[in-house]
Ligand binder design. Structure first.
Ligand SMILES: Nc1ncnc2c1ncn2[C@@H]1O[C@H](COP(=O)(O)OP(=O)(O)O)[C@@H](O)[C@H]1O
Ligand SMILES: [Mg+2]
Length: 465
């Protein structure tokens, strides 16, 4: 049973547990310090970045001095550097004697934990040290868990456990693996066609905020491009994207989409050209059944009932939700809701798709399905702009990256150029994906694990996994 609390006192908080005020002040300062938020005592939580909010949530739990802290996917929404920071905090807490348990889909950050429990169908399938357990690459993938790239590379080298990144080049040399160098990758060529999206000196200021969320951004996207919009939490990605379908009006500057001035055209007109998938599918889904959800957009655009059914069925087929047509969207899994959000946009057949973090929080299988879907749309000629923190997605699917930092566009270019640019990566709190980092230690520019594997095997090392 919950304790009775005074008004304004959070049930379960240190104050509600009867901890004296002076002690609370001391603990607040200490716990904020532990998570790197010293000096934030007076800040309103709504003004914090995603990463700061996550760290605040951890601090508020630490303030109760638990002996165990349990975190359910604590870093899914964070930028790559933010993810690393939260895991560093957790490792420090564990070193200080706190028991820490993390529920996680992403295995990359787990390599330095003490132990992994792999759950499958409600039972513990494996239990062991990460660098051994995560080496079982094929078994993990079959069970829907993404094996870390370092684990795949370790298999190719025939190692008995997952290599430490800093040891990778030495292990390759020690095994006498001849690395096949494929030469420098071609750089991004500019295309000739007229842009479908043009952003010209765009500024967006939210009410009562000093700093513009988008600060003098200009860019052009051409038909059929597959572009990644990247940047730290709070850098202005969502704000920029919301101008592309008229959800937000420019404070100053102009946005042209498919030949329309976004400000004059309005959302209804723009919806014919741009499909926008929200960061959180639950901000978008509101109907009682999957079918109704799918029908809303096309009906609004004036699609006749005769065509409606075939359009909806085709879109549901693409995302693998045909069987769920009569179900309530809110009983679907997060991955299914995410795909429904995409499908409901597909049913309006927009030439441009803007997706805000469509793979966040998805497990390995759902993520792969989502990516296959986007790749297919791109092949069929749609222009795709995807906001993501998943650098391996950028590496395997995108042709070009736009990088935001503090509301400004700080990079616009090819993916290899971005990964080679340490200054931009640091400024935008990004991290090149593992396949690139490992490859670079060998003098390669490998974007994907497959390319890294080919380079290692091509030189006669290891065998496939
Ligand atoms: N509705 C809003 N009102 C005021 N400030 C906002 C609002 N939405 C976002 N912001 C602020 O604008 C900045 C950019 O936010 P956002 O575009 O959501 O960034 P990103 O998508 O890159 O995480 C952040 O400082 C954020 O706190
Ligand atoms: Mg966002």
């Amino acid at each position: 049973m919950r304790q009775r609390t005074r008004p304004g006192v959070l049930p379960g908080s240190a104050e509600s547990l009867g901890v004296p005020r002076a002690e609370i002040a001391r603990r607040v300062a200490e716990c904020l310090g532990l998570v790197g938020l010293a000096g934030f005592e007076r800040r309103e939580p709504a003004t914090l970045s995603g990463g700061e909010k996550q760290r605040l949530a951890i601090a508020s739990v630490l303030a109760m001095r638990p002996s165990l802290i349990l975190l359910d996917e604590p870093t899914t929404d964070l930028d790559p550097v933010g993810k690393g920071e939260v895991h560093a905090i957790l490792r420090r807490l564990a070193a200080d004697g706190l028991a820490v348990a993390v529920i996680e889909h992403e295995t990359e950050e787990l390599l330095d934990l003490d132990r992994i429990l792999h759950l499958d169908a409600g039972a513990v399938r494996r239990d062991g040290p990460p660098r051994r357990l995560l080496l079982e690459v094929a078994e993990l993938a079959a069970a829907g868990v993404e094996p870390p790239v370092a684990a795949r590379a370790s298999r190719w080298l025939g190692l008995a456990e997952v290599v430490r990144e800093e040891r990778f080049a030495d292990e390759v040399a020690a095994r006498g693996v001849q690395v096949e160098r494929t030469g420098v990758r071609p750089r991004l060529a500019t295309r000739g066609e007229a842009p479908v999206i043009e952003v010209d000196h765009l500024v967006h200021r939210y009410p009562l905020r000093d700093q513009p969320a988008v600060d003098d951004v200009s860019l052009a996207i051409r038909p059929g491009e597959f572009v990644a919009l990247l940047g730290a939490n709070g850098s202005g990605k969502t704000t920029l994207a919301k101008h592309l379908n008229g959800l937000l009006p420019p404070t100053s500057g102009a946005v042209r989409v498919a030949g329309h001035d976004a400000k004059k055209a309005g959302t209804a007109q723009l919806a014919r050209h741009v499909g926008y998938v929200f960061q959180d599918p639950d901000h978008q889904i509101f109907s009682a059944t999957v079918w109704e959800e799918m029908a809303f957009g096309p009906r609004n655009l004036g699609v006749g009932e005769d065509q409606l059914e075939s359009r909806i069925l085709a879109a549901l087929e693409v995302v693998g939700l045909t069987e769920e047509r009569d179900r309530d969207p809110f009983v679907l899994t997060k991955g299914q809701r995410q795909r429904l959000a995409v499908a409901s946009v597909l049913a309006t057949a927009p030439e441009i798709l803007v997706l805000d973090e469509p793979t966040t929080g998805l497990d390995y299988n759902d993520r792969e399905r989502m990516l296959a879907l986007l790749a297919d749309l791109h092949r069929r000629g749609h222009t795709v702009l995807v906001i993501t923190h998943a650098m391996e997605v950028v590496a395997s699917h995108c042709e070009r990256a736009l990088v935001m930092a503090g509301g400004k566009l700080v990079f616009d270019g090819g993916i290899p150029e971005l990964f080679a640019n340490d200054e931009v990566l640091a400024r935008a709190r990004l991290r090149a994906p593992t396949a690139w980092r490992l490859g670079r230690m060998l003098g390669l520019e490998t974007l994907t694990p497959e390319e890294l594997g080919a380079a290692l095997r091509g030189g006669g090392g290891g065998n496939g996994a």
